[in-house]
Design a protein around this ligand. Structure first.
Ligand SMILES: [Cu+2]
Length: 170
């Protein structure tokens, strides 16, 4: 009985030490993490809906917006196949991103739903990865620069078979 008690108190002491350790690391964790400058996000915007499906296509492949326009972009996954084999997202990237490189990095980024961290600063807007019947809306400001901006699904293989489109800013 005595042994059990002392073991219990040892465990309690260890837990206390562990908690103290956690407390320490917490205070350092409040320091701002070095990240890319955050994009301003509007609270509302013009509603635009894009639907993806099991044939790996977006129903809208050309979206026209004004420079700096606030947009509320919704992606709907109208397919029925499971997310692990047929998930869809919609990722809008800055001009100058080489899509072949981007998609090969994206295919490796399983943990972040196929959106590679190192491209964070190059992504204008990105929906969640959606399973069948799901939808997600993202709010963003259109680029201030007139031009053509690619959007695509980064689920492995989908861009290659044509799950892509262009945002035209004028
Ligand atoms: Cu897809």
């Amino acid at each position: 009985m005595k042994t059990i008690t002392s073991l219990a108190s040892l465990a309690a002491a260890a837990a206390a030490l562990f908690l103290a350790g956690c407390g320490k690391s917490d205070s350092t964790a409040t320091a701002p993490a070095p990240t890319a400058p955050a994009r301003a996000v509007p609270t509302e915007g013009r509603a635009i809906t894009v639907v993806g499906n099991d044939s790996m296509k977006f129903d809208v492949t050309e979206i026209r917006v004004k420079t700096g326009e606030a947009i509320a972009l919704t992606l709907k996954n109208a397919g029925t196949m499971p997310k692990f084999s047929m998930g869809h997202n919609l990722v809008l990237v800055e001009s100058g991103v080489k899509l072949a490189d981007f998609t090969s990095d994206a295919a490796q980024a399983v943990k972040t739903d196929y959106v590679p961290d190192k491209y964070k600063a190059k992504i204008i807007a990105s929906t969640k990865l959606l399973g069948p019947g799901e939808s997600d809306t993202v709010l963003f400001y259109a680029p201030k620069q007139v031009g053509r901006y690619d959007f695509l699904c980064t689920f492995p293989g989908h861009f290659q078979v044509g799950m892509k489109g262009v945002l035209i800013v004028d």
